[in-house]
Design a protein around this ligand. Structure first.
Ligand code: DC
Length: 221
């Protein structure tokens, strides 16, 4: 049986930064499931799908073949054979991903892919429903969170460092909207699994969070 670490939590809690470091330290793969929902979102945007038309999106998702490959330890998401990594990180794609990830047909398709990956490889996988739904038997489960103000400030600092003009309070409102959608959707909403360890990173450094997860992994290996 493979060794799996599940990390869930709201947008901007630092899941991917931390999961990548833990993966490197342990020599296991990092599976970014948000990137799969984002790839599906790229597909729907390109197909000019109306985000309100859930039925059409549910049907259309059958035409999107999503595949994960690793190149030099980096996860590459392929959409119908094309590497779509360069298109995943925009606000537009993030918003559409949050909408389409509420559709059961989209989730079924991607959860199947996620389960298959975790069954064949030792991995740390992050998302919203990993501990509750995708990997209910994961040896380690972490629910990583931070206050919305701290998460907004981290995002603001990232954008400012890239030279972008932005408004901290607007970022905070967008983060809270995204949290609300992810936590209140009918299918697989974001919530802490009963057996997950809660880590609030508001007052922790990245290294401290990595160490906390490494300790849990060592205990349970
Ligand atoms: O983590 P992220 O921002 O890249 O995720 C994009 C969207 O995908 C987010 O709004 C929630 C959704 N998502 C999900 O529903 N389930 C997952 N396991 C991962 C992401």
């Amino acid at each position: 049986m493979s060794f799996n670490i599940a990390v869930d939590g709201p947008a901007g809690a630092g899941k991917s930064t931390i999961a990548k470091k833990v993966a490197k330290n342990l020599g296991i793969i990092y599976v970014d499931t948000g990137a799969m929902y984002r790839a599906m979102s790229v597909f729907m945007i390109r197909q000019e799908m109306n985000p309100e038309d859930k039925e059409a999106i549910a049907k259309k998702c059958r035409e999107a073949d999503i595949e994960i490959v690793y190149e030099n330890g980096e996860q590459i998401v392929k959409l119908n054979g094309e590497n779509v990594n360069p298109f995943l990180r925009t606000e537009e794609v993030g918003k559409m991903a949050s909408v389409i990830s509420a559709i059961p047909e989209v989730r079924e398709k991607l959860v199947e892919l996620q389960k298959a990956l975790a069954a064949k490889s030792d991995c740390i996988m992050d998302g919203r429903d990993i501990g509750t739904c995708v990997l209910p038997k994961a040896q380690v489960k972490v629910y990583l969170t931070a206050s919305s103000m701290v998460r907004a400030k981290r995002r603001y600092d990232e954008l400012v460092a890239k030279g972008q003009d932005c408004d901290l309070m607007q970022i905070k409102v967008d983060i809270e909207d995204r949290d609300y959608r992810d936590m209140h959707r009918e299918h697989s909403p974001l919530k802490q699994a009963e057996d997950a360890v809660l880590v609030d990173s508001s007052d922790m450094t990245i290294e401290e969070v990595v160490e906390a997860i490494m300790n849990l992994a060592k205990e349970r290996a």
